[in-house]
Design a protein around this ligand. Structure first.
Ligand code: RB5
Length: 143
């Protein structure tokens, strides 16, 4: 699975931690679109890069991080075909996959601690979409 990941300055430290968790895992390739430091940047530009990677088929899933996760999720969800889920716990992470087929996980670097974020990411990566009635509903989003 190819995972595109990006962040603004509010998500740099959590992104660094999560990329460390992902790198070296069998079957996972990380495409890191930055940023790597704490200098202030504009989050929509980074959301756009991850969404473009998904929409072109370069990546299957994405992870976006900003301070709260709000700006990144708003920016990402403006693109057709993108279903970005801001998750604060494992329950919503699991349901975002089972019912919504979320293709981007959004996390708040100033909200969610590293251990919880890693658990959320693991649940989100490992949970399949249930399809069935949920497929019809997600298809209704992109008409
Ligand atoms: C940056 O200060 C902050 O506004 C950004 O990281 C994010 O939280 C926006 O939604």
């Amino acid at each position: 699975m190819v995972i595109a990941i990006a962040n603004d300055h509010g998500g740099t430290e959590l992104k660094r931690y999560l990329v460390e968790q992902l790198r070296g895992r069998v079957g996972i390739q990380v495409l890191d679109f930055g940023v790597a430091d704490l200098q202030s940047v504009d989050y929509p530009a980074y959301a756009q890069q991850v969404c473009a990677a998904l929409r072109s088929g370069t990546a299957e899933r994405g992870i976006l991080l900003c301070g709260t996760g709000l700006g990144m999720s708003m920016a990402a969800n403006r693109f057709p075909g993108i279903r970005a889920a801001l998750c604060h716990d494992e329950f919503t992470a699991r349901l975002s996959r089972q019912h919504n087929d979320a293709n981007i996980l959004v996390l708040g670097g100033r909200v969610t601690g590293t251990a919880l974020a890693a658990a959320i990411m693991e649940t989100w990566l490992m949970t399949p979409f249930e399809e069935g009635r949920h497929l019809r509903r997600i298809q209704m989003m992109d008409v």
